[in-house]
Design a protein. Sequence first.
Length: 301
Amino acid sequence: MATWPAVLFALLAAASNALATVLQRRAARTVPLAPGLRLGLLVDLLHRAAWLGGMLAVIAAACFQALALSQGALSVVQPIFVLELPLALLIGRLLLGGRISRDGWTGVALIVVGLGSALAAAAPTIGTDHAPLDRWVLALAVCAAVIGTAVGAALRRGAGGVRAACFAAAAAVSYALTAALMKDATHAWQTGGPASFFASWQTYGFAAVGVGALFLFENAMQSGPLTASQPVLTLGDALVSLSLGVTLFDERVRTGWWLIPECAGIALVLWGARCLSRVALARDLVAGKETPSAVSDRPAC
C-alpha cells in the first residue's frame, strides 16, 4: 500500500482539483457553446478571473500529485482523486452558499465507503518507479487510440449527454496517462536531479498530455449535463490509472474472490458519483434559470 505521505499528498491534490473544478465550471458557463471542438475555448477562458484562479489551483494540485506519485503506487494515488467530486460539492456550497441536501450527503458517504472498500479489497502494491520504453510505446498507442475514438464519437453527436460522456472518457484517459508520465518523470528527478528531469521525454509528455486533458475536460463540461460527464470522468481516471499502474509499473492488485468486494466498491462509487453530479448540476441551474426553492426539493439520487 502507499505510504501515509503519499495518501496525504493525494488528498491535498484532490482538494486542489476540486477547487479548480468549481472555479472553472463557473468560468465555462460564461462562454458560448460551439457546435464543434472549440480550439479557441481556452483563449476565451483566459479572460475570466475565475478560470485563472482555477488554473492556480490546478498547478497546486499538480505539485501535490507529483509528490504523491513519487512516494506511492499509481493504482492507489489516482483512485483517491475520486474524492474530488464530493470535495467539489463541499467547496462549491461553501463558496456559493446554500446547504447540502440529505441526498447529497448520501452521495458523499457512498463514494467514501465505496473507495475505501475497493482499495482495501484490491490492496495495491508498489511496483517500480520507472517503466521501460517498450511498455511506454504500447501504452501510448492504446491510449491515443482510445482518446481519438472517444473524441471522434463526441464530434459526431450534438450537445447532450452522449457527447459530454465521450469527451469525459477522452479526458479521463488523458488524465490517467498524464499521471503515469508524471510518475516516471518524478523518478528521473529523484535519480538524476533537475537536469535529468528536464532531459526526460516523460516530462514534456505529461505537460503536453495534461494540457490536452484540460482541453477535453472543458469541452466535456460545455457539451452536456454533469450527470453524464462527471461519473465517466471520475471512474474512468481511476480505472485507467489502475490499468497503467499494473501494466507499466508492475503494481499488483488482489484478484480471485476479492473481485467481488472490489466491484461492489466501484458500484458504490459510481452510484455516489451520479448522485453528487446531480447535486452539482442543480447548483449550476440555480445560477441560470431556476430558483433555489425550485431546486432544493429535487432528489439527487
